[in-house]
Design a protein around this ligand. Structure first.
Ligand code: ADP
Length: 336
């Protein structure tokens, strides 16, 4: 049986057992009280019969009737208690099953997500590994394989290895930020410095595509972890450059909105459709438009990491984008 279902049934059984124990104990106490009251009544009546004051019914018959009444009363008390207990058990059984299901739901969702994550990660690893293996096998079978061919093959293998290394780094980053007990070093930091550092990291890629990065972020203090915030802006600026056309412009600007620091990364690139925008923060999600593009190798983990970093800073992220017109990613961080 599926472990979640069996855990739900086990929890239900435990709930019902505890309720049954409480209910039966109370019933036993009530029964003892009622039975001793009846016994006392019976003894008093018996005394009156044994000491008649001008009695009408013969003593022996009166005693039998009394005995029968006593037995009937006792049976009726037992029946009522059994019915009440049965009702309690059935109602508590149904309620317990529903409650157990609700308590287990978050664990079930987490397990589902983990399963999906492992399957997706496995799939992403398989594709470059298969390509590597095929290239090497074909080369080994080729009898006229020259030094020039070998260099070409190694170059292609190196690209696959670099891409695999990037995937493993991203998986580790995602794992790091998703673990809520992994502590970040929160300090008062200047957001301008963080964004400038991120721009510096992405600059070579932008230069390759003749893309101009215009950074006008103001100097403001926010409470945050400098390293993870740099990683966050590297992801956003890197995407802006990756999904932009050559010789275009990427703007990074800031403003204070509702006592939060808003930092916007704006590009004039391929844009994202409304339906795709709902999924871009999902792990391993890549929009169709970007899959088709050459030189935009990615695994769909960047924005999932970005979202975890923003959550850890009690911030939020918003996006406005139109296909073929560009995208605007707005990060909101609490001011310190
Ligand atoms: P990837 O490594 O594929 O870039 P991300 O998680 O960073 O993964 O992004 C997920 C998807 O969101 C991308 O594959 C792309 O389709 C889309 N995307 C992200 N940023 C942009 C952008 N600035 N312009 C257009 N599409 C973008």
């Amino acid at each position: 049986m599926n472990p979640i279902k069996s855990a739900r049934i086990r929890l239900t059984v435990w709930y019902v057992l505890i309720i049954a124990l409480i209910s039966f104990s109370f019933s036993a106490i009530i029964y003892n009280g009622v039975a001793s009251e009846l016994e006392r009544g019976f003894q008093m009546a018996e005394y009156r019969i044994n000491n008649p004051r001008g009695g009408i019914i013969p003593r022996s018959i009166a005693l039998i009737i009394l005995q029968e009444d006593f037995e009937n009363a006792r049976r009726s008390v037992i029946m009522s208690l059994l019915k009440i207990n049965g009702g309690i058990l059935i109602t508590s059984g149904i309620a317990s099953y529903i409650l157990a299901g609700r308590s287990i739901k978050p664990i079930e969702n987490m397990l589902e997500e983990q399963k999906r994550f492992t399957a997706d990660a496995g799939h992403e690893l398989k594709t470059p590994l298969t390509a590597l293996r095929t290239e090497i096998e074909v080369a080994l079978r080729d009898k006229k394989f020259s030094l020039k061919d070998a260099k070409k093959l190694l170059q292609s293998n190196l690209e696959e290895v670099v891409s695999l290394q990037k995937l493993s780094e991203n998986l580790m980053l995602l794992n790091k930020y998703a673990q809520k007990n992994h502590s970040l070093s929160f300090k008062e930091i200047d957001i301008k410095g963080v964004v400038s550092k991120a721009v510096g990291i992405v600059q070579p890629l932008a230069r390759n595509k003749n893309i101009k990065i215009v950074n006008s972020v103001e100097s403001r203090k926010v409470k945050g972890d400098a390293q993870s915030l740099t990683e966050l802006f590297v992801i956003l600026i890197d995407n802006a450059v990756k999904y932009s056309h050559e010789k275009s412009e990427v703007k990074i600007q800031s403003e204070i909105k509702k006592s939060k620091m808003a930092i916007e990364v704006i590009d004039e690139g391929i844009g994202i459709t409304k339906s795709e925008q709902e999924h871009i923060f999902d792990r391993f999600y890549r929009a169709d438009s970007s899959r088709c593009k050459e030189n935009t190798n990615g695994y769909g983990l960047g924005l999932a990491i970005a979202k975890e970093i923003i959550d850890r800073h009690n911030g939020s992220i918003g996006i406005t984008s139109s296909p073929n017109q560009g995208s605007r990613f707005s990060v909101f961080l609490p001011l310190s």
